[in-house]
Design a protein around this ligand. Sequence first.
Ligand SMILES: [Cu+2]
Length: 179
Amino acid sequence: MERRQVLKAGGVAATAGLTGLAGCSSSNPDESGETDTPSNGNTTTILMVTEGSDYYFDPIGLFVESGETITFEIDSGSHSATAYKKGNGQASVTHIPDGAEAFDSGILSEQGATFEHTFETAGTHDYYCTPHKSLDMVGRIVVGEPGGPAEGSMPPDGDVPESQTIVDQGAVSYSDFSG
Ligand SMILES: [Cu+2]
């Protein structure tokens, strides 16, 4: 599965035990990256990366089922994961479904720092990084199936993969998308 690449990408194993999930001991991938999906299958990580003059979420496009939890984790630099909903941070448009929670991690700066959000509402969720919004640091999460006001246009601050591509591939890495 594509998402396995995320877990191998850096430092996740070392910090998986520090996320403070009460009573959850299933997110314990070993260093080899060869672990099977945790039994509940419900934790997926998106890295937040500063690399030279590139600022990005990786994977930039991700599919999850309704009810799944995504962990946003600082790989390098200082970032936020902030939903495109008018009034949420600096969002100028709403690109999440009606009824979906407008998540906002606030700015995270420590390597390995995490923010978790459980996506309950089906549809297309676009989000951005507050400090790097003007530098194309945006991402798209499709929950269950594409839908809602994000469909038919890209976020105002940068491009993300098409929703159907995300559904088909499960995850779209930043390098695949930008390269
Ligand atoms: Cu950023």
